[in-house]
Design a protein around this ligand. Structure first.
Ligand code: NAD
Length: 467
């Protein structure tokens, strides 16, 4: 028999129908509610990411051919920063939030009590397989929940690293890792959770939301899409090229908030392409295949997928274009296109290929963006406040960066999440604590306070007034 303090030896193989009730029992016992427990878990998570940095980095290199510095900065350090932010603010973000009370109800008081939801399921993707599991995990723990983690089977080495190290650093009575693919995730989703947090694609997002709906379980969907970039005629082109190159080619283009395609004003198209080509050469040298700073596609299937997008036609290659299926290599590539119906312009690219289109009328660009699926991010390069205002007020996206790309996701005072086809719900910092909490309305009257006579029947004495 297992108890709260002695979970089964091989927790990663525990059947979901046993695992979830075991974690729920831990939650119901009150174990996860105290701020002391939450602090312990956050400290444990941070220690795991710091002490096991070498193991997780090796896993990221194995899964994604990541340059070790990039693995550390984008996955490990980014996760530690999120944990530290939660540690620093835990008391204030989880404290009851005092609310105003109408004069009629005084001396009663009102507050919003931030309470944990129960048992959360976090399903992660393969592209930033540490950060996108560790950050929602940190938020769920900070909010006082028990958590089941389901790493992506596609990033197999990182998945194994979570399964190996989480039980050593986090409370095994309340946190478990379940490895596996579709069958294991499907079996998990049959259980009743109190929140499901899914990061990945929209097709699976719909499957997750449908499964959760059977239990009326709230869901956060962190999905992807085609995040556009607008480079206005007055933009600082050097700066735009550098930041677009960073966001497009980081992790070999496998970033949910990558710059997916660029609309550049016709007057500066050639100048922009020239500085972009120079920027790529500066970053990865004349032969990016030999660069220690350029990663690989996660597997052959995704390499073939990006190759098919490139082979789909409708564009002219300006930089790169080489693909090596054996090596899972796609060169940093820029193409010039006018064909908005090509596969490259219809699907999220999720690889190191950047289509560039021209425009002359900003209204038309905004209308095109608005006519499509709402993207996860939109990036705008301009020196004009009027242009910023026009784009902000006529388009919708999960987030926006002006004169930058991708960096908004590092600012944890901002909610990170999508809208429409790019998902719903958000996290990071306080937004993550709120996602994994119930906001309970508490109205409190002193026991000596007498009822107002007009609220109670018989109402007969007021009839004349109402008539
Ligand atoms: P993936 O294939 O690793 O899938 C994500 C998770 O879904 C995995 O844990 C997997 O086991 C599970 N899964 C897959 N098929 C399933 C099914 N049929 N039923 C239940 N579970 C299933 O990752 P992916 O979807 O290829 O990730 C890439 C996508 O994720 C891109 O669209 C990208 O933009 C998006 N993404 C979004 C964010 C964000 O924060 N919004 C971050 C990263 C990636």
């Amino acid at each position: 028999m297992t108890t709260l303090d002695t979970p089964p030896a091989d927790v990663t193989r525990e059947a979901p129908e046993l695992l979830v009730p075991r974690l729920r029992a831990a939650y119901t016992s009150g174990r996860t509610r105290s701020l002391a427990w939450r602090h312990e878990q956050l400290a444990g998570l941070k220690r795991m990411l710091v002490e096991r940095e070498a193991e997780f980095t090796a896993a990221l290199v194995e899964d994604l051919g990541r340059p070790p510095f990039e693995a550390w900065a984008a996955d490990l350090r980014a996760s530690v920063r999120e944990v530290e932010d939660l540690q620093k603010n835990l008391e204030s973000w989880t404290a009851p939030r005092k609310q105003k009370v109408p004069a009629l109800f005084k001396p009663a008081t009102a507050s919003v009590v931030v309470e944990p939801l129960g048992v959360a399921l976090v399903i992660g993707p393969w592209n930033y397989p540490v950060q996108l599991l560790a950050c929602p995990l940190a938020a769920a723990l900070a909010a006082g929940n028990a958590v089941v983690l389901k790493p992506s089977e596609v990033a197999a080495a990182t998945s194994r690293a979570f399964a190996r190290w989480v039980p050593d650093y986090l409370d095994p009575a309340a946190v478990a890792v379940v490895e596996g693919g579709v069958p294991e995730t499907t079996a998990l989703l049959e259980q009743r959770f109190d929140h499901v947090f899914y990061t990945g694609n929209g097709t699976v997002g719909r499957i997750v939301a449908q499964a959760a709906a059977k239990h009326l379980t709230p869901v956060t969907l962190e999905l992807g899409g085609k995040s556009p970039v607008i480079v206005a005629a007055d933009a600082n082109l050097q700066l735009a090229a550098s930041r677009v190159a960073f966001s497009r080619f980081l992790n070999s283009g496998q970033t949910c908030v990558a710059s997916d395609h660029v609309y550049v004003h016709r007057d500066v198209e050639q100048a922009f392409l020239d500085v972009l080509a120079a920027e790529i050469r500066k970053r990865y040298g004349a032969d990016p295949r030999t660069s220690a700073d350029f990663g690989r596609m996660v597997n052959r299937r995704h390499t073939e997928r990006v190759k098919a997008l490139l082979d789909g036609g409708g564009h002219e290659v300006v930089v790169g274009g080489e693909v090596d299926l054996e090596e899972r290599y796609v060169a940093p590539t820029v193409v010039r296109t006018t064909d908005v119906d090509s596969p490259l312009m219809r699907e999220e690219i999720f690889g190191p290929v950047l289509p560039v289109l021209t425009f002359t009328d900003l209204d038309e660009v905004c209308a095109t963006i608005s006519a499509g699926d709402k993207p996860l991010a939109l990036y705008l390069f301009t020196g004009s406040d009027a242009v910023v205002e026009q784009v902000l007020s006529t388009t919708s996206s999960g987030g926006v960066c002006v004169n930058d790309a991708l960096t908004h996701l590092l600012v944890s005072s901002l909610p990170f999440g999508g809208v429409g086809e790019s998902g719903y719900g958000s996290y990071h910092g306080r937004w993550g604590v709120d996602t994994f909490s119930h906001h309970k309305a508490v109205y409190r009257r002193p026991s000596w306070h007498r009822d107002l006579p007009l609220l109670n029947p018989p109402y007969g004495r007021f009839k004349q007034k109402a008539a």
